[in-house]
Every structure is written in C-alpha cells, then in structure tokens.
Ligand binder design. Structure first.
Ligand SMILES: *[C@@H]1O[C@H](CO)[C@@H](O)[C@H](O)[C@H]1NC(C)=O
Ligand SMILES: *[C@@H]1O[C@H](CO)[C@@H](O)[C@H](O)[C@H]1NC(C)=O
Ligand SMILES: *[C@@H]1O[C@H](CO)[C@@H](O)[C@H](O)[C@H]1NC(C)=O
Ligand SMILES: *[C@@H]1O[C@H](CO)[C@@H](O)[C@H](O)[C@H]1NC(C)=O
Ligand SMILES: *[C@@H]1O[C@H](CO)[C@@H](O)[C@H](O)[C@H]1NC(C)=O
Length: 547
C-alpha cells in the first residue's frame, strides 16, 4: 500500500505520523477504500495490428476555434505586423506533426459582427466586465477588409473556417463579410502564404437563437433550414463557393443536439431537407459544439469530475448517433467549438494541469468515435485557453487588476496539443486504437503506422491535488503483446506537480512556458525493457515509442 503521512515522509514512521496527524486513522481508512477500488497494477493488451477501420488520426486533431471579436489580437494586423507569440505556438505543433492546427474564426461574436465599408481593422464595443466573465465578448463588432486580410499572418498552409453573421438576420452583413473573405483569400499575400479557406459557416448556435433574442421564441429547425438556404444562396455567390470550389460550407454549429428529426440536430436538419437544397449540397462537414458543463467557479472535485474517464466518455458518446447519421451522408463530422466548461472556463479547473489530461483524453476519444477534428475554443483572457497570445492587464480568473501585466504564455492544455501531435506523428497515415484498460482512472491509446504499433499514450486521470495529504499513488502497467513484442521502448512523461497547478509542467524535460512560446530545455526520455512495463503516477501522461 502507498505511504501516507501528513509530512509526505515514508510509511515507516507510522507512530510518529499518528501522533502528528489527528486525522491519520481516517486517512488510512480512506486509502484502504481507494486501494480496494483501484488496483495498483494492470496488464494492457496491445493488438498486433490495427483493427480494420481504425481511424486515421491527423496531426491537426487539436485544432482551434477563435472568438472572432478579438481575432486581430490573436493574429496581428497589417499595421502592427504578425503576433509572433501566437505564430510560434502554432508553428511548434507544425514542427512536430507537419500539420497546422485548423483555425475556425467565429463563435458568439460572429453573430454580432457588421461590415463597415472603410473601417480600418475592427471597431469593438464591450459590455461591462464582471468577476465571473472578466473578458466578455464584444457586443458590437464592425470590421473592414483589413480584418480579413490579417489571415495572411497565420503559419503557411493553415486551413481556415470563417463564420458570417446569421444572428441579426441582416443579409447585407453576411453578404459583405462573405465578399471580404473571398477577396482576402484571393489576395497575393494570402495565396503566397498558402493559407486556404476550407469552409464558411453561417451563424453560430442557431438552436439558441430563440432564447437569446436573435429570433422570436419558438424558432424551430424547419424555419432554420429555410432561412439558412436563403442566406447560403447569397453567401455562396459572394464567397465564390460552388460545387467545384475548394471552399465549401460547414453546416450545423449547434450548441446542443436533440439527436432527433424534430429538433436542432444533424438528424433534424437532414429530415427538413437541408442537404437537398442547392446551397445545402455545398455542406461537406457538420460541426457540433459541446462543453462538459457550465461552472463559473471551480474546486478540486470539479477538476476530478472533468478529468474522469467515464464522464469524458459519456460527454462524447452521446453524439454517436449523430456521427453515424452524418457519415451515412458521406459528410465529415467535427467538434467545431468545444472546451471544458462554458463561462469561458471554471477558475482553478479549466486553466490547470488536470485540464491538459482532460483535453488529451477528450480529443483522442472523440477521434475514436468518429470526430475528425476537435476545435478547442479560445478567446483573449478566457480561462480554458491553450494559449494566451497577448499580455493581460487583468486576471483571467477574477478580473482583478494585476500589479504587472501577465505576458503572453501557454496554459497547461497546450501540452495536450503537443502530445497529440507527437503521438499522431508526421507520417500522415497513423491509425488510432483505444486500448482496453481495466482501471477506472487509466486510459490509453495505441498509434499504428503501416499497421503496426509505433507509439502508445497512457493517461492517469486521478487528480493529485495540492491539498491532498495522502502520498501520490502510482499504477504499474505491464504490456501484453499478441505477437512479436518489441524488446525496448522509450518512455516520455508529462511531469506535473499537482493537478491544480496552473504552470510548471514539463514534457520530456522540455517546457513551453517561455517568453516566445518556443520550447526550451533538454529532452529527457528513458529507454526501458518492454518486459519491465512502466509506472504511471496519479495525474501523469506517458508516451511510449516502440522501434
Ligand atoms: C446590416 O448590415 C450592414 C452591413 O454590416 C449595416 O451597415 C447595417 O447597419 C445593418 N442593418 C441593420 C438594420 O442592422
Ligand atoms: C450594438 O448592437 C445592438 C444590437 O445588435 C444595437 O441595438 C446597438 O445599437 C449597437 N450599438 C452601437 C453603439 O452600435
Ligand atoms: C445578396 O444580398 C445583397 C445584399 O442584400 C445583394 O446586394 C445581392 O444582390 C445578393 N446576392 C444574391 C446573389 O442574391
Ligand atoms: C415551425 O414553426 C413554424 C412557424 O411558427 C410553424 O409553421 C411550423 O409548423 C413549425 N414546424 C415544426 C416542425 O414545429
Ligand atoms: C460531462 O462531464 C461533466 C464533468 O466534467 C459531468 O458533470 C457531466 O455529467 C457529463 N455529462 C454527460 C452527459 O455525461
């Protein structure tokens, strides 16, 4: 059994510990009950070859969704130049997997954006700042051509999805935005950089329109499909979207899914005939939004809930029927906007190391069930960001004024993107298989190249919290190969102090928490005999590479 004292010394001085810690006996009981529930050793079978139909996992599985009001703060402007910090954090991932994260620009503020002829960059009006939402979305956004032209500052070969306003039901706004998007992407600067418009999205979370004032109450999916087709006819002409163009439409983008033919869902849109309409034939991907819940304050229990293997699976498995319906139509399916908790994240939960483990397991499990890409939603100063691309003068956690500005930095979930990129590799043809692991805290995935196992990722999602007095637990994992076991493997670890640490993580000895967002530190990887297995601590990720 694991050692346990108030002072984190070894288990030997039990009597000393009993004398010093009045709650010691209680803790011992706790540990016994834990030990009974969670075995400290597990054997995991690694299939000899990837099963038929195992999905290909792309290097851009981790993609981003950016709140479009402050898009220029992310990317830079033609007058101030590129935002190098943001560029570097994206380029790091390209260096690993050979693929840029895909960037969706839109979200709530997409439905509050007007086009202003002659407007330079963007004009924004913000609502009042509150403690729970220190960085609210702008309520009015007026943009000009330069706003779209700034897309040239993304890394070369980035694929982009851009949203136009449907919320205010002002077709002139959607038309002018679509025209500006078309012009920006056909400009020399953007073409030279190889930045590609893959999709246009019309409106954000239309299933919420009747509740948020964008439409009268009772707005239903039939009305949605009719109005969408009217807008899409206009937008396709303005943006140059035709059956032969590269750019097509993302469809859906609902906050929830009814999973039924009568409500807002892929099933609902399809049964109302969206795919039979002329512009509906230009829909090539269905986008779904999802958050695990809405919590504007956080605690250790909430962090553990987020990280928990079974809740990650139940949050995603509910979309299985939708994914099947979409794929039956030959369309692709993505989570076009997602993150841990709405309210821009829960403080002390969405912005800490445990959320990195959540993000990794969430994205990999999503891929397993047929989601091609997972666009993690980001906004300037949002708590759940992977990246904070500019200096912040007030706290993202509670809006208080900071004594010194917080410089641009990555947050713990960024490491999850790095690990996923490394696991996917740069061969472009890696297959992902979830490994069966009989432990409620450990999940694992195998990555197959040319049909054989190349790498495996293991995640121990037991939250080791700063306040815990119990010693950190660890599970020993033995690997059972069907055949032809490799003899040695490399073991690389995401080292985390505590699940609720907001910084100080290292990936194989390397930190990304640097001034310029570039990695720093010497890589450290162990080489061990496969037959010895490996240990994985509470709140840790391990990547195995086989040769
Ligand atoms: C519609 O959009 C255009 C272009 O963005 C804007 O100039 C106009 O004021 C909008 N109309 C209304 C009624 O909001
Ligand atoms: C902001 O937008 C709202 C609704 O879209 C509109 O009623 C209001 O007049 C706008 N305010 C300004 C200052 O443009
Ligand atoms: C799209 O809407 C704009 C603004 O109302 C209009 O000027 C334009 O002619 C429309 N385009 C098409 C193809 O209907
Ligand atoms: C949707 O709303 C419209 C307008 O209120 C109504 O005519 C129609 O019957 C509704 N359709 C469904 C499927 O509820
Ligand atoms: C999603 O996960 C959260 C924990 O983050 C949990 O509270 C919630 O019940 C889960 N939802 C579903 C539908 O499984």
């Amino acid at each position: 059994m694991p050692a346990l004292t108030c002072q984190r010394t070894s288990f030997r001085p039990v009597l000393t510990a009993m004398a010093k810690c009045p709650s010691f006996v209680h803790q011992i009981l706790l540990v016994f009950s834990f030990t009974a529930a969670l075995s400290r050793a597990v054997t995991v079978n690694i299939p000899f070859s990837a099963p038929d139909g195992a999905p290909i996992v792309s290097g851009s599985l981790f993609s981003l969704s950016l709140e479009q009001d402050r898009w220029l703060d992310w990317v830079g402007t033609t007058s101030t130049g590129r935002n190098d910090f943001f560029f570097n954090t994206l380029d790091n991932l390209i260096q690993i997997s050979g693929e840029a994260p895909q960037i969706r620009i839109g979200a709530d503020s997409e439905d509050h954006t007007d086009f202003g002829v002659g407007v330079k960059d963007a004009e924004l009006i913000f609502p009042a700042i509150t403690e729970t939402v220190p960085f609210p979305e702008a309520s009015n956004i007026t943009v000009g051509d330069a706003y779209y032209e700034a897309v040239q500052f993304l890394p070369p070969d980035t694929h982009v999805i851009w949203g136009v306003n449907f919320g205010t039901k002002n077709i002139t706004a959607a038309f002018l935005e679509a025209q500006a998007i078309q012009q920006a992407f056909s400009s020399d600067a953007v073409q030279d950089a190889g930045i590609i418009l893959d999709f246009v999205e019309i409106g954000n979370e239309a299933d919420l329109y009747s509740g948020n004032g964008h439409r009268p109450s009772g707005f239903n999916v039939s009305e949605y499909v009719d109005e969408w087709a009217t807008f899409a006819t206009n937008v396709s002409a303005a943006a140059g979207i035709t059956p032969d163009s590269h750019a097509q439409f993302w469809g859906g983008g609902f906050a929830e899914s009814s999973h039924s033919t009568t409500g807002f869902s892929p099933q609902g849109m399809f049964s109302k005939g969206i795919l039979d309409s002329k512009p509906g034939k230009l829909i090539k991907t269905i986008s779904q939004h999802h958050y695990s819940g809405s919590f504007c304050s956080g605690n250790g229990g909430l962090l553990q809930d987020l990280m928990t293997k079974s809740t990650i699976r139940s949050n995603l498995s509910m979309f299985t029927p939708d994914i099947a319906t979409v794929r039956d139509q030959g369309l692709d399916y993505v989570l076009g906007e997602t993150n841990s908790y709405s309210c821009h994240g829960a403080p002390g939960v969405s912005n800490v190391a445990g959320a990195a483990l959540w993000a990794l397991d969430y994205a990999l499990f999503a891929r397993k069930i047929g989601v091609t890409r997972v666009h993690f939603h980001e906004g300037i100063g949002y708590k759940y960001n992977l990246i904070q691309p500019i200096a912040l003068t007030r706290s993202p956690l509670d809006g208080s004024t900071l004594p010194d500005p917080l410089p641009p930095h990555v947050q713990p979930p960024y490491y999850a993107a790095v690990i996923a990129a490394e696991a996917a590799g740069n061969g472009g043809n890696t297959q992902l298989v979830e490994l069966t692991i009989k432990n409620s805290r450990i999940s694992g995935y195998g990555f197959f190249e040319g049909g054989s196992i190349a790498r495996a990722v293991f995640i121990n999602s037991e939250a080791f919290l700063i306040d815990l007095t119990a010693e950190r637990t660890s599970v020993h994992v033995d690997l059972d190969f069907d055949d032809d076991a490799p003899s040695t493997m490399k073991v690389k670890r995401l080292v985390i102090g505590h699940a609720d640490d907001a910084s100080g993580l290292t990936w194989g000895g390397v930190t990304y928490e640097t001034e310029d967002g570039r990695p720093s530190g010497e890589e450290s990887v162990e080489t061990v005999d496969v037959g010895d297995g490996f240990d994985i601590q509470a709140t840790e990720v391990v990547l195995l590479s086989f040769s």
